[in-house]
Design a protein around this ligand. Structure first.
Ligand code: GLY
Length: 315
């Protein structure tokens, strides 16, 4: 049996040690991924996931998350979930407690979270609100009205934001979705992904994080893979599934990621932004690829508390 291992994208370092402890105690890959991801979602300094995530165009935080198990290919996800700080746990509940479905979005996802007793929280922090306002101002439009007495001003502000969504500059810089993949001592594998999605997105937009085969795929016959970056590209490219198909065909993990990303990069897209990917095989080999130099991923094994950082290969 291979050594238990947990790997993650940039900024997963906040959670990987917690996930590693789960694996070191003989816990499951699913428990390790959930525990690690919750730490990331609870980090208000991270503006791409959970509490403090960047809001949609109307200033509302909407979160996507998914988990997938390699042995059964059972999948659970939530999309555009509002008001719940740990969408990874709600996605897990969809997988475990709602076997007739794989994915819940919007109001239905929130209803399910409420029925299952998940805690609610205010997800929009002062800092993420300030970033949203900065983005609106950068678009060159007036946001007058925000300071006028209560509701009218706020409504005008939000209406102006929605009108502007088409004119926002394409998102620049690294995307912050978090990918975490774990392989446990029993040989089970789990892939988890969590995000606040495309910054200042159109309300209701759901990205690749929630979509099987796009941002998340796990099949114990070949491996697991996950994506960060412009989810519209990985949805159109079927990127996570392609990576696992390439693993099944004998490609090594980094090369499989590079080949699938190169395919997605051929798609016409006016809002082009970078896509990154990570993969892990059932025998514990791992790798990643990215469109930019200097991108890395993190690895921890059950036997050692040391966090290693590995470079991703570049397209
Ligand atoms: N990859 C995250 C998103 O596009 O929402």
């Amino acid at each position: 049996m291979p050594e238990a291992v947990i790997i993650g994208s940039e900024r997963s370092e906040v959670g990987l040690p917690t996930g590693r402890e789960v694996l070191a105690r003989g816990g499951s890959a699913l428990d390790a991924v959930e525990a690690a991801m919750r730490c990331c979602e609870d980090n208000p300094a991270d503006h791409y996931v959970g509490t403090g995530g960047l809001p949609n165009a109307r200033g509302e935080v909407e979160l996507d998350a998914s988990v997938m198990l390699g042995s059964s290919r059972r999948f659970g996800s939530v999309g555009a979930l509002r008001g719940y700080p740990n969408p990874i746990s709600v996605a897990r509940a969809v997988l475990e407690r709602l076997p007739q479905h794989c994915m819940l979005v919007g109001e239905g996802a929130a209803l399910f979270a409420e029925e299952n007793g998940f805690d609610t929280a205010e997800l929009l922090t002062e800092e993420s609100l300030a970033l949203w306002r900065e983005q609106l101002q950068a678009s060159g439009e007036s946001v007058e009205g925000e300071n006028t007495a209560a509701l009218d001003g706020d409504q005008r502000y939000r209406r102006a934001a929605l009108d502007l969504v088409r004119r926002f500059a394409p998102h620049d810089g690294p995307w912050g979705t978090i990918n975490i993949i774990a392989l446990d001592a029993s040989g089970e594998m789990c892939v988890g992904v969590s995000t606040s999605g495309y910054p200042f997105k159109y309300p209701g937009r759901v990205g690749d994080t929630a979509v099987p085969g796009a941002g998340n795929w796990c099949d114990l016959r070949a491996g697991g893979a996950a994506c960060t970056g412009r989810g519209e590209l990985s949805m159109r490219g079927g990127t996570a599934r392609s990576i696992v198909d390439l693993l099944a065909a004998g490609s090594d993990p980094a090369e499989a990621c590079r080949t699938a990303l190169a395919d997605a990069a051929t798609l016409p897209d006016d809002f082009r932004a970078e896509l990154r990917a990570l993969a892990l095989t059932p025998d514990g080999r791992h790798g990643g690829a990215a469109g930019q130099q200097g991108s890395v991923y993190a690895v921890m094994t059950a036997d050692s508390p040391e966090l290693q950082t590995h470079p991703r290969i570049v397209l």
